[in-house]
Write a protein that binds this ligand. Structure first.
Ligand code: KG4
Ligand code: ZN
Length: 353
């Protein structure tokens, strides 16, 4: 089954072709980062308008590059939530109209389920059950995954998401948007142990997170340096490193606790923050110590992309699920409301096949 995936939930237009038998055939991404950078964050109306301009040409380019035509498609998957309403509308309307014209099924995909399944695009794929740490700009969640569509929320952030905390800390230091990668890059030049930031909520039981206290602590540290006229580039790097270490060790402690509580040995990390190198290293180290294993996607499939939507679509469409009826978009959408698969999860090809 050949599925076209369309991702337009925020500030990236992502298009991909995924085939159940052959794996990912190709994908393309257009990022609106430059357009939003001058405003310091995503402007929803500008995002929707740009998706309108970019989605169709990007579909045509992807098909051409994969040597496929519209007639080769067996289904279309688009992101139907969570995300910005106007932006979601563009991909959904286009996907549904194309499917209707081609007389093939279409399906709306949960953006975070897309992220969660992205490590399945890699050579080594985790077996079920596993624990998933979803860390993006809007979500920080620990989920027990029994099977596709069987998601139990174990804990989540009570305030800011991890990516949002990275973005806000970066903004406070005047680093370019998007803040997460900029802060992570600067942190590589930081002096270890010059600052030590608090690890929020690690001494309390449970698997929830909170990053607002860390944000305040970061702001106070920056303002204290500023008032002494000492917020130079090295100090920014030192603060970035301390901030990153605090987030990474908080996430690592909670992942370890989730694995211990559930008896699972397999952990997957997904979403934009899972591209963070320190986080990957810390989780590799932690899982090795408990004889477990951590799985993650290539950096390009950690942040928003069309491949994860095409993959999730291929799995759900081949299990017979489709989105007949009126168009339903869900800007807010708990993953626990997703339907389980009625059929077994199809075995997925490895990229090298
Ligand atoms: O998954 P994603 O692309 O979009 C959402 O669904 O939100 O995640 C974007 C988030 C942003 O907050 C961005 O700053 C963060 O992921 N991010 C990172 C890194 N790369 C992206 N945060 C820390 N380190 C990184 N290397
Ligand atoms: Zn995302």
């Amino acid at each position: 089954m050949l599925v076209l995936g369309i991702e337009t939930s925020c500030d990236e237009t992502g298009i991909a072709l995924y085939c159940n038998e052959r794996g990912l055939l190709g994908h393309k991404l257009y990022s609106q980062i430059k357009m939003h950078a001058q405003y310091g964050g995503v402007v929803p109306e500008l995002a929707s308008r740009d998706h309108i301009r970019k989605t169709l040409p990007l579909i045509q380019e992807t098909l051409k590059e994969c040597d496929c035509s519209l007639q080769d498609l067996d289904g279309i998957a688009y992101t139907s939530g969570p995300g910005l309403m106007g932006a979601l509308m563009v991909g959904a309307c286009l996907g549904r109209s194309m499917a209707s014209a081609l007389v093939i099924p279409s399906i709306g995909i949960h953006h975070m389920e897309g992220h969660l399944l992205a490590p399945m695009l890699e050579e080594t794929q985790p077996e079920f059950p596993f624990i998933a740490l979803l860390v993006s700009g809007g979500h920080t969640q620990l989920i027990k995954v029994e099977a596709i569509g069987r998601y139990e929320l174990l804990g989540e952030s009570l305030d800011d998401a991890a990516g949002e905390a990275f973005d806000k800390a970066a903004k406070m230091m005047g680093l370019p948007y998007p803040g997460g990668p900029s802060l992570a890059k600067l942190a590589t030049q930081g002096t270890p142990d010059r600052y030590r930031f608090p690890r929020p909520m690690v001494d309390r039981p449970g698997l929830d997170f909170s990053f607002s206290g860390l944000k305040t602590y970061t702001r106070n540290t920056i303002e204290a340096a500023q008032s002494k006229g000492a917020l130079d580039q090295q100090t920014k790097a030192d603060i970035s490193l301390a901030f990153e270490q605090a987030v990474v060790s908080t996430l690592t402690i909670k992942c370890k606790r989730a694995l211990e509580q559930t008896g699972c040995k397999r952990l997957i990390i997904a979403g934009g923050v899972s591209a963070n190198r320190s986080l990957r290293q810390a989780l590799e180290h932690m899982t090795q110590k408990i004889r477990g294993q951590v799985f993650y996607a290539k950096p390009e499939f950690c942040t928003d992309n069309g491949a994860m939507i095409a993959l999730a679509g291929a799995i759900r469409l081949s299990a017979g699920q489709t989105d007949e009826g009126t168009l339903k978009l869900r800007p807010r959408w708990p993953m626990s409301e997703l339907p389980p698969l009625t059929a077994d999860t199809p075995s997925l090809p490895h990229p090298s096949q």
